[in-house]
Design a protein around this ligand. Sequence first.
Ligand code: NDP
Ligand code: 8X3
Length: 252
Amino acid sequence: MTKVVFITGATSGFGRATARRFAEAGWGLVLSGRRQERLDELKAELDGKVPVHIATLDVRDATAVQALVDSLPAPFDKIRALINNAGLALAPEAAQKVALQDWHTMIDTNITGLVNVTHAVLPKLLETGKGASIVNIGSVAGEWPYPGGHVYGASKAFVKQFSFNLRCDLVSTGVRVTDIAPGMAETEFTLVRTKGNQAASDALYSTTTPLSAEDIAEQIFYVATLPDHININRLEIMPSRQAWGPFAVDRD
Ligand code: NDP
Ligand code: 8X3
């Protein structure tokens, strides 16, 4: 029987690389995101190699999330791994300069969206039981504060604690839960965070060696394909050339 992975945010970055990684291993794919043309491209690339089901989805819309899960045709209705990857940061400036809407968008996507998808897919994972996995994409920003992290970091702290609490409730079901917390990785993340500033994105990544989307996809694949009796609770990954900064100190 084909193993199926359900990936949110499959139109770019980690999500797209993860789709390719699972496809390499022969898994069936349920791929979602808001950009239809990107989903079409990915389906054209991977269809024929493995079964692929695409669906445009805004994870913030709980009704749409449930409708998509309820309408999955066989074999896509038997889900073994959920990759809760859709998410974003906005407003890299200081909290006191940020528009409230940007905070709401991060909360609605990174917290409410992730909860919407988890709630809808969980019954399918429970049916699979032993060996099923939920992989939530958190961030180093959920553990370590930094200037401009405000609601983004707080939303990823939610992802971490939600993952741990899910673990407690699911411990006897066979469904595993992992919080993967990447550091700096070159994707469209900074382009989105700066609302389309390609030069800022290039400047951030070009003078160091960030993680790649494929690096994270490999870790996602690893935790979801470990022997059934192993659960990685949290995996924090930074590029070798990134580490923590000094405390912020106000001086005269
Ligand atoms: P990208 O911007 O490249 O990808 C983000 C993905 O999320 C896109 O596929 C986008 O699809 C999707 N997405 C955003 N909002 C929604 C929404 N409302 N509904 C459905 N899908 C949505 O960034 P990354 O690949 O880097 O980001 C993936 C995850 O990794 C995010 O959760 C991010 O916070 C996290 N992360 C990123 C790090 C980095 O340095 N890159 C480090 C740590 C964590 P579409 O626009 O088509 O809907
Ligand atoms: C984002 C990672 O290093 O930009 O989740 O804070 S970092």
